[in-house]
Write a protein that binds this ligand. Sequence first.
Ligand SMILES: O=C(O)CCC(=O)C(=O)O
Ligand SMILES: [Fe+2]
Length: 212
Amino acid sequence: MRVICWKTIWLSIQTMELFDNLMDSLAEQSYGVIDSFLTPEEITDLVILLRERHLAGRFKTAGIGRANDQHIEAQIRSDHILWLETHSTAVMEQVFFQKINELIQCLNRSCYLGLKDFEFHYAMYPIGTFYKRHLDRFTTDSHRKISVVCYLNEDWKTTDGGELVLYIPEKKPIKIDPVGGHLVCFEADLLEHEVLPATHERLSLTGWLRTY
Ligand SMILES: O=C(O)CCC(=O)C(=O)O
Ligand SMILES: [Fe+2]
């Protein structure tokens, strides 16, 4: 006899509701936020992975420009990044990718975006570092449709700074605190944005949903 796990059903109904709200917000304002995309335990596991890899010297100073034409511009951005491998054997990264795949399916169903792929990197912003106002999509690569940032900052306070500022055309800029577990999505070719300096190290998973 099949046992129905009500907790699983309840959790997936909750996730669907969160995704529905995100779709509405994306359609109306070109951006959306989910407050509890990751649980505190999931954040802790991802931070452990991030720190292990950082200690192993695998992070690089982030550059600007296309993948095959990157150069470092410390006046524009000064975070350190490490790209994730899609076929990672780390369980927590696979759990994260599974959630991103569910998000992609939802976006394709509701917004007909034709998303087929994603790419993500860990980002570590040391104290006082920033990423000046920019647009994520390159003029020569139109396949990045949606920018996604998932924060990994445990116990973040508003006074710690490090806000993501979204510049929505003809509206007042929106400031978002990089609170652990929060996920922000926005249209990669539309919204200019910047990362303000923080008084604490600032951690995230940042990526793009692509049409291939
Ligand atoms: O970390 C954030 O809030 C945004 C990061 C960002 O804009 C980027 O990596 O392109
Ligand atoms: Fe960006």
